[in-house]
Design a protein around this ligand. Structure first.
Ligand code: PLP
Length: 422
């Protein structure tokens, strides 16, 4: 059999063409916190899927709720209509995010599309508020908001924006936690800014926003009248401790975006939660936000959202995630002490990154990261690539033993990588 005939037609995104359709490991199933592969092996999942299965794989309460809804109402949309499942899911999301602040929910199908919706909402809001000059949206350098054209423009790493002619004329970026840059931007262009969109913990490198930076964002919001948006696609659903990370801010964001975790990875879903002021301003003038997605807010998706929220309560997942986050913190601190290749760890809760050195002592170059990820995988655990290292985002329902297994696999993976590069 030649190479070509062994290859599947699959063109996986973000994979070099030489590897299309023939990854050395092909996943065939997943259960609990483990993934099975076509060579008969299984591995501990240290990434909660793509950070979106906080309750582990195959939670039956969730899959059965989605399956029952598929039978009951295989498709009903929210494109000009309402359906009872979507109403209940919207109300439940407001309840968990804080009904004193959030008032409305618009459904989407991905984090990227939801951030496009955000861009429309903030510009529409500024028009309604009589400030048509405010069209600029500010994001952070190194941020990730998705790869649809709107969210791509906001994403703060260079991932091909110029190549694809992504229009960034109405986007500005500031360095995370650099108050001086933020102040300077506000001084120069404060009257043009419609919104600032931030991840409470930047996914790239698991970098938490510092309290002083968030406080300055809140202060500038009061002065300049922009909207503050929390992109909680990754930080939601207990990943950093609280249900939503921005709940720990001294004031709440105007809009909150949620996606990963929302259906525990079972259905494509995202939602934008609108704070009262924005919702009332738009509704007050009868604004119709021009955004619709055929598969948003369908009964199976919304049943999965409702079941996920119910399972969070039944499993006491937030408290378990808190405790597990503290354990992971302690284990990683010990590992950084013990392992010569480990430089430092960043992040919070179950959202962690490890920065790694080469055996020669330099920061691990980007080109070496796949080799390290592969070495940890060969030792039995799936981890995420990160800047100069790897990222760990285990499920909230890990046991302490599974956490030991994960950290041990990382330690052995570092040894294996060191041996291979000697
Ligand atoms: N926003 C954040 C903070 C994310 O982490 C991601 C995905 O990793 C996205 C947006 C994009 O979500 P999606 O892949 O569903 O478009």
């Amino acid at each position: 059999m030649n190479d070509q005939s062994r290859r599947s037609a699959l063109w996986p995104a973000l994979v070099a063409p030489a590897d299309h359709g023939r990854s050395d490991l092909c996943a065939t199933g997943a259960r609990g916190v483990r993934v099975r592969y076509d060579d008969g092996t299984e591995r501990l999942c240290g990434t909660s899927g793509l950070w979106n299965t906080p309750l582990g794989y195959g939670n039956e309460a969730i899959t059965q709720a989605a399956a029952a809804a598929l039978t009951d109402a295989s498709y009903l949309g929210v494109f000009r209509y309402e359906n009872a499942y979507a109403r209940r899911a919207a109300d439940a999301l407001v309840e968990v995010a804080g009904p004193a602040h959030y008032q409305r929910v618009m459904f989407s199908t991905s984090g990227g599309a939801a951030n496009d919706l955000v861009t429309k909402i903030v510009r529409h809001y500024q028009l309604v508020a009589g400030r048509p000059r405010r069209a600029v949206v500010v994001g952070l350098r190194s941020s990730y908001h998705g790869l649809t054209f709107g969210s791509f423009a906001l994403t703060g790493d260079d991932l091909g924006q110029a190549l694809y002619r992504v229009d960034q004329r109405y986007v500005r970026h500031v360095t995370p936690n650099r108050i001086d840059e933020l102040d300077e931007l506000m001084r120069r262009q404060g009257d043009q800014i419609a919104a600032v969109v931030v991840e409470p913990v930047l996914g790239t490198g698991a970098l938490p926003l510092e309290r002083a930076f968030v406080d300055r964002l809140l202060a500038h919001r009061r002065t300049h009248g922009y909207l503050l948006v929390a992109d909680e696609v990754a930080t939601g659903f207990g990943r950093t401790g609280p249900f939503f990370a921005s709940a720990a801010w001294s004031e709440q964001p105007d809009l909150l975006v949620t996606s990963k975790g929302l259906t525990n990875g079972t259905m494509a879903a995202a939602a934008v939660l609108l704070g009262t002021e924005v919702a009332e301003a738009l509704e007050g003038v009868g604004a119709v936000v021009s955004h619709a997605e055929t598969q948003a807010g369908t009964p199976p998706t919304c049943a999965a959202i409702l079941a996920t929220l119910a399972e969070f309560t039944r499993l006491d997942a937030i408290a378990r995630g808190h405790a597990l986050g503290a354990s992971l913190d302690a284990r990683l601190a010990r590992l950084v002490e013990a392992h010569p290749l480990l430089e430092s760890t960043t992040g919070v809760g179950l959202f962690r990154a490890l920065r790694v050195r080469t055996p020669q002592g330099a920061a691990l170059p980007d080109a070496e990261v796949p080799a390290l990820v592969g070495a940890v995988r060969a030792e039995g655990a799936v981890v995420h690539p990160g800047p100069a290292g790897i990222q760990l985002l285990p499920a909230l329902v890990y046991t302490e033993d599974e956490l030991d297994e994960l950290v041990d696999a990382v330690a052995r993976g570092l040894d294996r990588y060191a041996d291979a590069t000697r």
